[in-house]
Design a protein around this ligand. Structure first.
Ligand code: NAD
Length: 487
């Protein structure tokens, strides 16, 4: 393996096909969340590093954007093979720096690989359209072209999948890319870069600048950057969208979430409990599609709660690298402290704490662990309902009817995902037609769309026009020429 990820080393940036030190001397430790150990130091790069990366990308653009599309696609096929060969290593690295279980990480690598597979369809995806007779002896056609330098800014919770929503499709469409991964999980991005080089990607087409706010601001204001893809929390997404739009860039900014699951009295309870526990506590609740609120309709509430408590007690908490672990640590001590503050606020605001994850004997180790936590009788006036907590904390609410349950869901400022558990088709139809959320699940806990569909949050869960992935992604990473011709 290359030297870019030696233990406790200071990471380097990948610019113009070379590993280079950041121009700035400041660094931040990267912790292993399961142990609190320092894995590496991440440089807090600055404007000079961003300038260097954008320059390298711009220099690669003329040749890469004119490289035949099937040739670009072939490179992605090679990359896909390398990712498959390194699957286990990539999954272990994700678990080490993020904390999620190996099984979850293994699934995340698959999600990343699927994005590369989708992007390798670029020859079909980039095709234009023609109409031979728009008038007598007059024809018209649409041709698709890349847009230039694209900046990608990603969160800590999916170190592989989220960057893979962006750069494979962007470069397949002929763009050049500068990635700013999360400073809390920067290691995996280095492996993605190394494998791109191994696949034969020309220098400068993909660049990596480590750091935090300064790198983000550097990209948002850079005149040489044409588009920004962002995924992260709501306030930052809103800021990124506003700032990059004001500097004339195309922006897609995927934001935070507060996903509700409605459970009807006719639901298959065993399946429902399994799905909700997985969606609420898997990946320590640090998924943008995590279930954080359950709305129980009618008399199902008590039966459902019994099931959730029993299933939660069976969960194995520990290092994600240990076999059988389901619930790993939170990403940082500070995030755990913030979550404990939410548990206190739930108690102060009058919710009933049914299961206290703070007291879980399994959650007492060195890392940033918290057991499954369940509140009952949560109301829409409470902070634990309003805010995204992003941790294994589940709120249960009660409603008399499906209408009332949907009205609760629709009061949230977020609208990423929403699920319904029922065996009644007309409930499903009513839910589908009236709920405000971009990604719906029917008896499915984490309804995250695959790479060939758009990832489509609504309301404050998304800022922009074109979503990530699917044909929306192709639209986002291309611009068009309309040619009207008379011969
Ligand atoms: P975050 O907003 O803290 O960080 C995301 C990126 O923005 C990072 O690269 C970070 O360095 C940068 N950043 C953070 N604060 C900044 C600031 N003030 N100015 C400029 N840049 C800044 O998010 P996170 O904690 O890493 O990730 C979790 C969040 O991401 C959750 O809210 C989750 O819901 C969301 N998320 C959403 C989706 C989706 O598809 N909607 C997917 C994954 C994660």
């Amino acid at each position: 393996m290359s030297t870019s990820i030696e233990k406790s080393a200071t990471l380097r940036n990948f610019i113009g096909g070379r590993w280079v030190e950041s121009a700035c001397g400041r660094t931040e430790p990267v912790y292993q969340p399961a142990t609190g150990e320092v894995l590496a130091y991440v440089p807090l790069s600055e404007q000079a590093d961003v300038d260097r990366a954008v320059e390298a990308a711009a220099a690669a653009y003329p040749i890469w954007s004119r490289t035949p599309v099937p040739k670009r696609a072939r490179l992605l096929f090679r990359y896909q093979q390398l990712l498959v060969e390194h699957w286990d290593e990539l999954a272990r690295l994700i678990t080490t720096e993020n904390g999620k279980s190996y099984e979850e990480a293994y699934g995340e690598v698959l999600r990343g690989i699927e994005c590369v597979e989708f992007a390798a369809g670029a020859p079909s995806l980039m095709m234009g359209r023609q109409l031979p007779d728009i008038a007598s002896n007059l024809e018209s056609g649409m041709y698709r072209y890349p847009i230039g330098v694209v900046g990608g800014i990603t969160p800590f919770n999916f170190p592989m999948m989220v960057p893979c929503w962006m750069f494979p499709l962007a470069i397949a469409c002929g763009n050049v890319f500068v990635l700013k991964p999360s400073e809390r999980t920067p290691l995996l991005a280095n492996r993605l870069a190394e494998l791109l080089r191994e696949a034969g990607l020309p220098d400068g087409v993909f660049n990596l600048v480590h750091g935090a706010n300064d790198v983000v601001n550097g990209l948002l204001h850079h005149r040489g950057v044409q588009a920004i893809s962002f995924v992260g929390s709501q306030p930052v997404a809103e800021y990124v969208h506003r700032t990059a739009s004001a500097s004339g860039k195309r922006v897609q900014a995927l934001a935070g979430a507060k996903n509700h699951s409605i459970v009807m009295p006719d639901a298959d309870l065993e399946l429902t409990v399994r799905q909700i526990v997985n969606a609420s506590f898997g990946s320590a609740g640090e998924r943008c599609m995590a279930c954080s609120v359950v709305v129980a309709v009618g008399d199902v509430a008590d039966r459902l709660i019994d099931g959730l408590l029993q299933e939660s007690d069976r969960i194995k908490i520990g290092s994600g690298l240990e076999e059988g672990t389901f619930l790993g640590p939170l990403i940082r001590e500070s995030h755990k402290t913030r979550t404990l503050g939410y548990i206190e606020s739930g108690l102060e605001e009058g919710a009933t704490l049914l299961r206290d994850g703070r007291e879980d004997p399994q959650a007492k180790g060195e890392g940033y662990f918290l057991g499954p936590t369940i509140f009952d009788h949560v109301g829409t006036e409470m902070k634990i309902w309003r805010d995204e907590i992003f941790a294994p904390v589940l709120s249960v609410m009660r409603a008399e009817s499906l209408e009332e349950a949907i009205a609760i869901v629709n009061r949230s400022e977020f609208a990423n995902g929403a699920c319904i558990y029922t065996t009644n088709g007309s409930h499903v139809r009513q839910f589908r037609e009236t709920v405000d959320a971009g990604m719906l699940g029917v008896n499915v806990g984490v309804p995250a769309p695959m790479a060939f569909f758009p990832f489509s949050g609504w309301k404050n869960s998304f800022y922009g026009d074109l979503y990530a992935n699917g044909t929306d992604g192709v639209e986002f990473y291309t611009r068009k020429k309309m040619v009207t011709a008379r011969w």
